[in-house]
Design a protein around this ligand. Structure first.
Ligand code: FAD
Length: 418
């Protein structure tokens, strides 16, 4: 596979762009693999990439029931950050952010990572106190954080509602300057190309429908393209985890909910940062194409459908107008839904399962896109070594049995509140 570079661009331009190679192969499944990863989203692809690159395990297949990135990876609002307070999350997401900072270079593929800053708005003294606490905790963990007062926020994002009539007056905010956005499709494509170059078979239109077991091990997966043997198997199927695990008799502490996202008609660049509202669940950024990209709360009912409902659209729009009233006449271009894997403490589950050779990667809630490289990094380690990486040691499934929940929001076992 040729490197992408300015020279290859010029060479291909001079030959009418007829000689570009496919970015990854389209192989038939082999009878068996050392490792089978189920799910061709960012997490499955990153896991395969790091299995091959870091651990030298190349006899790997990624099985995807649809197309690469057709799940939440290609449906999210692309926010990347590591602004967590609790140690288990903080160290894990910071590692992920560090991997993002070199990902385009590592993959030889531009994932358009843009560190434009992520700003959380505060609307009361109590919220400012909480942000100061989180910001201090971040700094103690070596993560960048700045507490801004109202004037600093106004200077940075003048389009927010600073008027006397503001429904939720802005007191200040917590900024993570290194946070930002990345192009979600490019992440899936870059990781697929990177994994393929190292020998991983990426097999699309291949749904895992069942399992062949021998005692407490899985010997093979049954798929829409035949039976495929596996030494080890990793699930990275986000909102479908509960369903797939139920085929093995496992009941996991996650629920599937719909989350919607929205993009407006394009505007000239005016909104330079990622801003999250502190009074309601709403967050906004402007894409490189000019569209405003935003999202809000879950649709609040369990579902496997990748579409949402009108009351939630109404709710999100109200929050958006309260935060940036000047967008009231903007037209919505598209909206869509993804199936979220909501864990009961709001933190992910990465680790071994009760079945000997099955490993789980799920429970990403609203925030798994930013975890993509970090998740692949620690999941690959966990599968290769049959033991967690220090960064996901606390994120194991058995924390729910042990009562060691990692509950950033301190809201308890209520998926809609995380
Ligand atoms: C609207 C929305 C906004 C979001 N915004 C953000 C954000 O701004 N920042 C952030 O960090 N996170 C965000 N997220 C969360 C983030 O998108 C996800 O946590 C992350 O992309 C999950 O990646 P994944 O690879 O685990 O899952 P996915 O990308 O969903 O990949 C799982 C894949 O598994 C496949 N699959 C399922 N069942 C099977 C089967 N039986 N056989 C084979 N394949 C199967 C699916 O087709 C899918 O492609 C958002 C999510 C949504 C829906």
């Amino acid at each position: 596979m040729a490197e992408y570079s300015v020279f290859s661009l010029v060479r291909n331009a001079l030959t009418g762009h007829k000689n570009w190679q496919r970015a990854w192969r389209d192989p038939e499944p082999k009878p068996s693999y050392d490792v089978v990863i189920v799910g061709g989203g960012g997490h499955g692809l990153a896991t395969a990439f790091y299995l091959a690159k870091v651990h030298g395990i190349r006899n790997v297949a990624v099985l995807e029931k649809g197309w690469l990135g057709g799940g939440n990876t290609g449906r999210n609002t692309t926010i990347v950050r590591s602004n967590y307070m609790l140690d288990d999350n903080s160290h894990f997401y910071e590692k992920s952010l560090q991997l993002w900072e070199q990902l385009s270079h590592e993959l030889n593929f531009n994932v358009m990572f843009s560190q434009r800053g992520v700003l959380n708005l505060a609307h009361s003294d109590g919220q400012m106190d909480r942000f100061a606490r989180r910001g201090n905790s971040m700094r103690l963990n070596g993560v960048d954080a700045e507490l801004l007062d109202r004037n600093q926020v106004k200077k940075m994002v003048p389009h927010l509602d600073f008027s006397e009539e503001a429904r939720f007056p802005i007191y200040g905010g917590l900024l993570q300057p290194r946070g930002g956005t990345a192009r979600h499709d490019a992440v899936a494509w870059g990781l697929a190309r990177g994994a393929d170059r190292l020998g991983v078979d990426i097999i699309q239109n291949c749904e895992v429908t069942g399992f062949k077991r021998s005692g407490n091990r899985i010997e093979a997966v049954e798929t829409s393209r035949g039976t495929i043997g596996c030494g080890k198997i990793g699930f990275a199927v986000a909102g479908n985890t509960g369903y797939l695990a139920s085929r093995l008799g496992l009941k996991l502490p996650i629920e599937s909910h719909v989350l919607q996202a929205f993009v407006s008609e394009p505007l000239k660049p005016f909104f330079d940062h990622v801003v999250t509202f502190g009074a309601e669940h709403f967050y906004l950024s402007q894409s490189d194409k000019g569209g405003l990209v935003f999202g809000g709360d879950l649709d609040m009912y369990n579902s496997y459908a990748q579409r949402g409902n009108l009351p939630t659209i109404d709710h999100v729009m109200r929050a958006g107008l309260a935060m940036v009233p000047s967008i009231s006449r903007l037209r919505l271009l598209r909206h869509w839904g993804g199936v979220m894997d909501m864990s009961m403490d709001g933190s992910p589950i990465i680790g071994k399962s009760p079945i000997d050779n099955l490993y789980l990667n799920c429970g990403w809630c609203y925030g798994g896109f930013k975890a993509t490289p970090g998740s692949g990094w620690v999941f690959a380690h966990t599968i290769a070594e049959d033991a967690p990486h220090p960064l996901n040691a606390g994120l194991r499934l058995d924390r729910f049995e042990r009562g060691h929940l990692i509950d950033e929001e301190a809201t308890g076992a209520v998926p809609g509140k995380h």
